[in-house]
Every structure is written in structure tokens, then in C-alpha cells.
Ligand binder design. Structure first.
Ligand code: G1P
Ligand code: ZN
Length: 576
């Protein structure tokens, strides 16, 4: 609520003199610290600038914590282990202390997955948390870094707060810091520091996994999962942490506790550069897992992203479960998960570009369905209002209202719970699902780091084209397939919790959908995403190859948008 000048005036530090007698450090504001879909993401080199780039943003985050509450405030801090994380945590410690925050809870060595941070914020009733991650973006000195603020619900800060952070950052003239304060991130336990004018400042280093593991024990039937993974008729699983943060969680929970052999988990030591790879669980970047699964040695495979909130699920021989199908299958089998037996199913939700597979389950099982914009924060609002239990995005995000972030390991245990209950393979479960509900063929094409102006112009021209009265009703053809445009619109969403309800466009209305969208998480240039969803309920046609099945629609989308001509690309960087 306070602008920077008011905040500085209200700050106990300003009023009573500064930590160790130092004045607040002068800085100059930056114009580009606007948090995107999921925090502020930039190249590491941008954060490392010695003109206080990281310090400014951290100060801007802490400035949104009401000064009157800071002396009783706890913040949770953790990250995905990427390069610059430990430096950033030391800065957070120093800046939090100098701003009168009383207590920080930090994962050991700074490690804490995004879902675990959400869990801990909720468990200890913290005012919020700071997550150091650029999710699935590459790391290392030339990779990406990110800083994200979550609120007391455990979810990403809503736009009202991220806008406030941005406003503060644009006007910031100084920040407060205790430059000599250093914490030992490796030592579990409390470290207390005397900070002039404030109550002693407490930094508590906690086990990165324990609180999260305790939560999962409450959600799932661990004895049943243990039997599935290590009982007499156990299945073989292969879990790939991709050198991200989820490694220690897999080892502790899936291997030690559920008894899966140690070699079922790979790439489990977090690395600052993720071994030089994109820690992104999709068919392109998790190709190692896909190839290993093809051997038929494993019944179930999964990969995770850098910060552990995304997941990719594969069946034997590399059978791929599309994320839009994954959430639909979990919804259809939701009674396999004890948590939902306790809470009931309040509603289902998917983001707008996610296929309509979930809609079909919602309709058949008479569950409420919400269609939200991209990004997890919109789900969080629905969960806080008691309207949502299970949700997912096409971008390998699946989760529930047990926390306020998507949760990769949760999704894997959800799938294992279904396998344990149904005693079928992943492929059988999915084929069965399509027979019952029909199949949404889905693909996403990503064109990464294209020229921003070209991307913006393409979207603008598409909007203009779509708003021509003759666009609806137009026929587009590719080969022997023809499609007629039924609806053309620019997706708009009114948060149902804030009053008006957004009508969900259940896909009975149209059988195919083409969506263009610009990414909000890139760190350089623009990323264009093209999404295609096509529903088929004829049981004779549901086993086709999605890429073959969707080729005519891809062709039409490329023609209508002139995407390749405008960007100078000949194909996408990633196809899902
Ligand atoms: C991407 C995904 C989106 C997800 C977000 C954060 O955002 O598409 O579904 O919520 O990352 O993980 P985008 O780059 O498309 O804005
Ligand atoms: Zn992530």
C-alpha cells in the first residue's frame, strides 16, 4: 500500500538509524524488473551486474511486506540449485535483516523445490517466500536465473502484488542491507544475529525434504505405493531428476521410503548448470529418458524440471502421456488418491491452451470446470475460494489444492496410485480413458527466442484478421481436409472469485482449436507458442499418431499466421 517514499519514512530502520550505523545504499532504479508469468527471469549476467540489479529486485519484494508486520514476519527461501542461487540467498538474508524481517526459513544449501516452498509457507504460516529459480530454463553462468515471490497462501504473488513490486522497482533510490551478515547454508538449525534496532534476526536452515515428505504421506496411501514399487509383484520405474532440485526428494521419498531401488532414480544430484542441459521434462529435452524407456525395461518413467514443479509421465516402451491427458486421467481416477476421499472434489480447472480432455471428464462426472489463463496463480485463487481440487496445464504442470503450486512428484505419486488401484499399465489406462471419454489430440509448437517485433506484429495482424466479419465462416483446407471457422476470439478471463464468472468454453462447441500465444517466461527475444487441440470420439480413430492426425491443422495455422515467413524460421524449436 505504501509507495517507496512512504515506505522509507515508515521504515523503523530509517527512523531509528541503520544497522551498524550504515546508511541505506544509494541505487538507481531499473525499468525492466517486471515479473512475468512466474517471477523475474533474466540471464544470470543481468542479475550479476554490480549495479545492484539483484539487490534492487530483492529490496522491491521485501518492500511489499508491510513494515508494521516485519518484526513478526517469517519468509521461506529456497531454490533449484542453479548458478547464482547461493549468492542471491546471501543477498536476501542481508536485505531481509536490514529491513526488519524477523525470521527466514531456508532449505539446506539453499535447496528447496517450488512445491516444497509452497508447502512450508503454508505449514509454518509464513508471510510468504522467495524462490530462486528459472524453472525449466537452462542454468550456469550463461544461463538464466529467476527470483519469484510467493504469498502466504503458498502461491505465486497475484498481479496486484507483482505490479506493486514492479512499481517500487521503477522508483527505487536506495536499499537496506547488512553487508557483513553471512549465513552458513549447510548447517541445519537456527543461527541468530544481532541487528541493531531490531529483534535478533533468526535464520533457520531446515531439511529440504522433510516437511514436504510428511505432507505426501498424508495425501497418498504409502503402504500401497510401497507394495507397488517394492512388493512381490513390483513394477520398475525410472525417474529422471534432470540434475534439478527434485533429486533429493526422489531419493528420500521414492527410494528410501517407498523402496524403489536406488538405480531407479537418475541425475539426482542438483547441479548449477543442470549438467549443461535444459532441465525441461518434455520429449525433446528429456530424450535420454524417452530412449531408455523404449527398451521396455521399465514400466513407468517420469522426468521433472529444474525446480520440481513440472513432470512428464511415460509408460512402458516410452508411451507418452500428454500433460493435458494426464490431468484428465487423474480426474477420472481421482478416488485412487486418499486425499480426495477426505476433501471431496470441489472442481477441476485447466489453463486456456490446455486441451479439452479435462472438460470431457468434468462433463461426464458432473464436476465443475474452470478455464483460466496460463500460469498457476489463477488456479490458486480458485483453490483459496474452495472451488478447485485438481488442475493442470499442457506445459507439464499438474497439481491440486494440497499446495498452491504445481507439483511434479505429487503428479508422479498420483499416477502410481492409479497404477496401484487399477493394476493396469499406463498405456492401458490411457487407451481405456480415450474409449470412455474420446480423445483430444493435442500438440504444441514452440518457436523460442524469435525476434520480438516480428512476434508482436504477427499477433497483431492475426487479431486484425480474426476481427474481420468474414473470418468466422471461412473455410481453410490442407490436403483433403477442410475446416470452417466457428469462433474467433481473444481469450479473456474474469476471475470468478472476484465476482463475475467466466463461462468455460466446453469443446462440444467446436471440435478443433488453434491458439497462438506469446510466452511470458522467456528471458530473451520472444517465444511464440502454437497450440492445437482436436477432439475425436470415434473409437476407430483414437489411436492415430497425433502429429499425423494434426498435420493439416498445423499447416493451416502456419498459413494463416505466416509464422515461418515472419520469423525466418523453418520449424519449431520444440514440439510437444
Ligand atoms: C510457461 C507455460 C505455462 C506455465 C509457466 C510457468 O509459461 O506455458 O503453462 O504456467 O511456463 O511454469 P509461458 O512461457 O507460456 O508464459
Ligand atoms: Zn518449474
Amino acid at each position: 500500500q505504501l509507495n517507496t517514499a512512504e515506505w522509507v519514512a515508515a521504515c523503523p530502520l530509517t527512523q531509528r538509524g541503520c544497522v551498524r550505523g550504515e546508511l541505506p545504499l544509494k541505487t538507481k532504479p531499473y525499468a525492466d524488473q517486471k515479473p512475468g508469468t512466474s517471477g523475474l527471469r533474466k540471464r544470470v549476467t543481468v542479475f550479476q551486474q554490480n549495479q545492484h540489479y539483484a539487490e534492487n529486485f530483492i529490496q522491491s519484494i521485501i518492500s511489499v511486506v508491510d513494515p508494521a508486520e516485519r518484526q513478526a514476519a517469517t519468509l521461506v527461501v529456497g531454490g533449484d540449485g542453479r548458478f547464482f542461487m547461493k549468492d542471491a540467498i546471501q543477498l536476501i538474508v542481508q536485505i531481509a535483516a536490514a529491513n526488519g524481517i524477523n525470521h527466514l526459513v531456508i532449505g539446506q544449501n539453499g535447496i528447496m523445490s517450488t512445491p516444497a516452498v509452497s508447502c512450508v509457507i503454508r505449514k509454518i504460516k509464513a508471510v510468504g517466500g522467495i524462490i530462486l529459480t528459472a524453472s525449466h530454463n537452462p542454468g550456469g553462468p550463461n544461463g538464466d536465473f529467476g527470483i519469484k515471490y510467493n504469498i502466504s497462501s503458498g502461491g505465486p504473488a497475484p498481479e496486484g502484488i507483482t505490479n506493486k513490486i514492479f512499481e517500487i522497482s521503477k522508483a527505487l533510490q536506495e536499499y537496506h542491507i547488512c553487508p557483513d551478515l553471512k549465513v552458513d547454508l549447510s548447517k541445519i538449525g537456527k543461527q541468530t544475529f544481532e541487528v541493531e534496532t531490531f529483534k535478533p534476526f533468526i535464520v533457520e536452515i531446515v531439511d529440504s525434504v522433510e516437511a514436504y515428505a510428511e505432507m505426501l504421506r498424508d495425501i497418498f496411501d504409502f503402504p500401497a505405493l510401497k507394495n507397488l514399487l517394492s512388493g512381490p509383484n513390483h513394477i520398475n520405474v525410472r525417474l529422471d531428476a534432470m540434475h534439478g532440485v527434485v533429486g533429493p526428494y526422489i531419493r528420500k521419498i521414492v527410494c528410501e521410503e517407498l523402496g524403489s531401488p536406488a538405480n531407479s532414480a537418475v541425475n539426482c544430484v542438483p547441479q548449477e548448470d543442470f549438467g549443461g542441459h535444459h532441465p525441461d521434462p518434455n520429449l525433446t529435452y528429456a530424450a535420454d529418458l524417452v530412449n531408455t524407456m523404449k527398451s521396455g525395461e521399465y514400466d513407468f518413467g517420469a522426468a521433472f524440471d529444474g525446480d520440481g514443479d513440472r513432470n512428464m509421465v511415460l509408460g512402458k516402451h516410452g508411451f507418452f502421456v500428454n500433460p493435458s491427458d494426464s490431468v484428465a486421467a487423474i480426474a477420472a481416477n481421482i478416488t485412487s488418491i486418499p486425499y480426495f476421499k477426505k476433501t471431496g472434489v470441489k472442481g477441476l480447472a485447466r489453463s486456456m491452451p490446455t486441451s479439452g480432455a479435462l472438460d470431457n471428464v468434468a462433463k461426464a462426472l458432473q464436476m465443475e470446470l474452470y478455464e483460466t489463463p496460463t500460469g498457476w496463480k489463477f488456479f490458486g485463487n480458485l483453490m483459496d475460494a474452495g472451488k478447485l481440487s485438481l488442475c493442470g496445464e499442457e506445459s507439464f504442470g499438474t497439481g491440486s489444492d494440497h499446495i498452491r503450486e504445481k507439483d511434479g512428484l505429487w503428479a508422479v505419486l498420483a499416477w502410481l496410485s492409479i497404477l496401484a488401484t487399477r493394476k493396469q499399465s499406463v498405456e492401458e489406462i490411457m487407451k481405456n480413458h480415450w474409449q470412455t471419454f474420446g480423445r483430444n489430440f493435442f500438440t504444441r509448437y514452440d518457436y523460442e527466442e524469435v525476434d520480438s517485433d516480428a512476434a508482436n506484429k504477427m499477433i497483431k495482424d492475426l487479431e486484425a484478421q480474426m476481427s474481420e466479419p468474414s473470418f468466422v465462416g471461412k473455410t481453410f483446407s490442407s490436403g483433403d481436409k477442410s475446416y470452417v471457422v466457428a469462433v474467433a476470439d481473444n481469450f479473456a478471463y474474469t476471475d470468478p472469485v472476484d465476482g463475475s464468472v467466466s463461462k468455460n468454453q466446453v469443446n462440444g462447441m467446436h471440435t478443433c482449436e488453434i491458439i497462438f500465444r506469446l510466452s511470458g517466461t522467456g528471458s530473451a527475444g520472444a517465444t511464440i507458442r502454437l497450440y492445437i487441440d482436436s477432439y475425436e470420439k470415434d473409437p476407430q480413430k483414437i489411436y492415430q499418431d497425433p502429429q499425423v492426425m494434426l498435420a493439416p491443422l498445423v499447416d493451416i495455422a502456419l498459413k494463416v499466421s505466416q509464422l515461418h515467413e515472419r520469423t525466418g524460421r523453418t520449424g519449431p524449436t520444440v514440439i510437444t
